[in-house]
Design a protein. Structure first.
Ligand code: NAD
Length: 269
């Protein structure tokens, strides 16, 4: 079977370096290109050196145009503005895209959905298998307990993470709100002030921890007087996200245009 060639954008970032390792180790994937923005201190370094594999014949470039014949699927873990620009590029050049970046505003999300009419895109704030199972479990928890319990979503990440709450926490909130037939914007609470009064109407409250090197932890808490249910996922290595991205890239290689999520990639829906 022909290998799927991937380009990794954000190649010298925390996820980028892990994605390079995952691509090099994957039997059905070939690392076709590694892309970083101009100005990154690691530009010009061989991508292989980034992960200690020595030369792998893939050069770090700052522009997908330079390597567009070298890959079939683009994997993006960068920043929201960069992702939207890359999605425009992918739509123009007919390259499927796996997007792991988080922190999009509603305008940027709308733009990605629009571009997905012209190319297949997987947009997943968390590519770990366990988190996508957690999304599924949340539907059941919200159906059974969501109408009468206090609902809290607590997430923790490393000190360098830029967006808060995390894209995963927001997706957890959306899954619960959708199940309850509510709009997350209307029931989300991001601070503690007035929380006691807010509990009188149904709300989903978010708390964020940013500390040390936490890779990613998410808990949904459904609490009544007398009992509570907690559902927690803990990621201990970025490799779990990177392996999910490889699955998304393989799945995308034979997909029609459209916007997909990780649950579709994993066959949960
Ligand atoms: P990071 O800051 O370590 O890396 C981002 C890299 O992208 C940097 O090296 C930066 O120079 C590069 N970059 C920015 N703009 C670029 C452009 N225009 N072209 C090429 N490269 C560009 O961040 P990180 O911890 O690796 O996380 C990256 C993103 O992935 C964040 O949004 C994070 O929340 C998200 N993330 C998603 C998942 C998931 O499973 N979906 C898991 C972990 C992190």
């Amino acid at each position: 079977m022909e290998k799927v060639r991937v380009a990794i954008v954000g190649a010298s970032g925390r996820m980028g370096r892990t994605l390079i390792e995952a691509a090099l180790a994957h039997p059905q994937i070939r690392l076709g290109a590694a892309i970083e923005r101009a100005g990154s201190t690691l530009m010009g370094v061989d991508a292989g050196d980034l992960v200690g594999h020595g030369s792998i014949g893939v050069t770090l470039v700052d522009n997908p145009d330079l390597v567009r014949d070298d890959f079939d699927v683009l994997i993006d873990f960068t920043s929201p503005d960069a992702t939207v620009e890359l999605a425009v590029w992918c739509a123009t050049h007919g390259k499927p895209m796996a997007i792991g970046t988080t922190g999009f505003n509603s305008h940027q999300k709308g733009r990605i959905a629009e571009l997905a009419q012209d190319l297949p895109i997987v947009l997943a704030p968390n590519m770990a298998v366990g988190v996508n199972l957690l999304f599924k479990l949340l539907e059941t928890a919200a159906q059974v307990m969501g109408e009468y319990t206090d609902i809290e979503i607590i997430e923790g990440h490393h000190r360098y993470k830029k967006d808060a709450p995390s894209g995963t926490a927001l997706r957890m909130g959306e899954v619960i709100a959708d199940t309850l037939g509510r709009d997350l914007e209307e029931c989300a609470i991001y601070g503690r002030e007035g929380i006691t009064e807010e509990r009188d109407r149904q709300t989903i409250a978010f708390s964020t921890i940013r500390a040390g090197d936490i890779v990613g932890e998410h808990t949904a808490l459904f609490a009544d007087i007398g009992e509570r249910l907690e559902i927690t996922h803990k990621a201990s290595s970025r490799m779990t996200f990177a392996n999910g991205a490889m699955r998304a890239a393989l799945w995308l290689a034979s997909r029609e245009n459209g916007l997909y999520d990780m649950q579709q990639v994993l066959g949960f829906k």
